[in-house]
Write a protein that binds this ligand. Structure first.
Ligand SMILES: C[S@@+](CC[C@H](N)C(=O)[O-])C[C@H]1O[C@@H](n2cnc3c(N)ncnc32)[C@H](O)[C@@H]1O
Length: 214
């Protein structure tokens, strides 16, 4: 992650350290409804690129049985995640600094039942996706679940809005872009994951479910 890159593409609200993402405010309920079905009882969940922390706080409210570990490379975002964690009765842990382009980011972490990552791999170089998947293979328990949310290119079926979004991302940073679904599935497969589901979400986003099969 380059220091000059913006870490989000919208105007966020703020109250103290707590940040409010209009997008997360809209998508946390539909995402929560879907991913709730893929989080086992009592799961320890690692979230990569937690942003404001609103997804984690929402899921801890929805699922009183889970422990949620938020992370982000950005200090202001981590402070916001810690502020949102005040609503979570200790089940949303203090945020960790984690950048998937850093080698061995998973080395010091315990193992997790679930890894969740939303809206990161298109606003980061492809190396961030490669690092995300290889680190996840190290840190996820065997049989664990990886949940990936965001926009994707799907060949001729790509939504026109995602093609436009891709052009706009690349004009900000040529290393960014809406990722090709087949490329994403390929790197998960190479790392020992099995693709289980592709769920159509509002605004032409997708939730992809993978399980770690070895
Ligand atoms: C658009 S925000 C998404 C935040 C949140 N997941 C959501 O959907 O609301 C993208 C986030 O990715 C983080 N990020 C960018 N590059 C990253 C990397 N290499 N490793 C981990 N996080 C990264 C940014 O700091 C930012 O918080």
């Amino acid at each position: 992650m380059s220091r000059k890159d913006p870490i989000h593409l919208e105007n966020r609200g703020q109250s103290g350290a707590r940040l409010f993402s209009p997008t997360a405010g809209r998508n946390k309920a539909p995402i929560g409804e879907v991913i709730n079905q893929h989080i086992v009882h009592g799961a320890h969940v690692l979230e990569i690129a937690s942003g404001t922390g609103e997804h984690g706080a929402f899921m801890c409210d929805l699922r009183p049985d889970i422990i949620w570990q938020p992370t982000d490379p950005n200090a202001e975002s981590r402070a916001s995640q810690d502020a949102w964690a005040n609503d979570c009765a200790g089940r949303m842990l203090p945020s960790l600094s984690l950048d998937t382009t850093q080698p061995d980011w998973a080395r010091e972490l315990p193992s997790y039942d679930v890894i969740y990552c939303a809206n990161m791999i298109h606003i980061a170089p492809w190396e961030a996706a490669l690092g995300l998947v290889s680190g996840a293979a190290d840190v996820l328990k065997s049989g664990g679940t990886f949940i990936l949310y965001g926009p994707f290119q799907e060949g001729e079926d790509t939504a026109p809005s995602n093609l436009t979004f891709d052009v706009s991302l690349k004009s900000r940073n040529p290393n960014w872009g809406v990722r090709n679904l087949d490329d994403v599935k390929h790197i998960f497969s190479e790392a020992g994951f099995t693709h289980k589901a592709r769920i159509v979400m509002p605004k032409e986003n997708r939730t992809l479910i993978f399980t770690k099969s070895r």
